[in-house]
Design a protein around this ligand. Structure first.
Ligand code: SF4
Length: 174
């Protein structure tokens, strides 16, 4: 006989990770680090036609201390790399990163001495979005991937997945 039997519909039992992750995944605070054309596509994703607010990720913050989702949209030069690292470090935990487009993911066609060949050489990346530029639908797909990743995270054991059932499920390409 469980608690539900005694208390009827007035009580719900769940896990702390389920509740906290449910709140986290529907209240993402993105911070755009837009350096080139992909940033324009990000703007389109946030506008009314695509309306990322449907996924609870529309409250854009331009302070890293108020954001938990870093969106790197565009080419990152080596001169810019320390600034990106500082912004990432200033964000509070837990935090997630999307590399939007070919340039952020791999340097794109800028295979030269000035361009970082993928931001994952500077900061950890949770989801990569292919394309030059990616469509807004691809960006929304990446947000959904982040939400799925949040669902599996443990609140009590930071940086770990909540249980073994979810291990290996996340495919980090949008
Ligand atoms: S991936 Fe293409 S669209 Fe995006 S910043 Fe690079 S060159 Fe521009």
């Amino acid at each position: 006989m469980g608690l539900e039997t005694t208390f009827g519909d007035s009580i719900l039992t769940t896990k702390i990770s389920e509740v906290v992750n449910w709140a986290r995944k529907y209240a993402l605070y993105p911070m755009p680090f837009g350096t080139a054309c992909c940033a324009i596509e990000y703007m389109a994703s946030m506008a009314s036609h695509y309306d990322t607010s449907r996924f609870g990720a529309e409250i854009v913050r331009f302070s890293p201390r108020q954001a938990d989702l870093l969106i790197v949209a565009g080419t990152v030069s080596h001169k810019l790399a320390p600034i990106l690292k500082t912004i990432y470090d200033q964000m509070l935990e837990p935090k997630w990163v999307i590399a939007m487009g070919a340039c952020a993911s791999s340097g794109g066609f800028y295979d030269n001495y000035a361009t970082v060949q993928g931001i994952d050489s500077i900061i950890p990346v949770d989801v990569y979005i292919p394309g030059c530029p990616p469509r807004p639908e691809a960006f929304i797909g990446a947000v959904i991937k982040i939400m799925q990743k949040i669902e599996t995270e443990s609140v009590l054991r930071f940086g770990e997945e909540d249980n073994d059932e979810n291990a290996g499920e996340s495919d980090n390409k949008a």
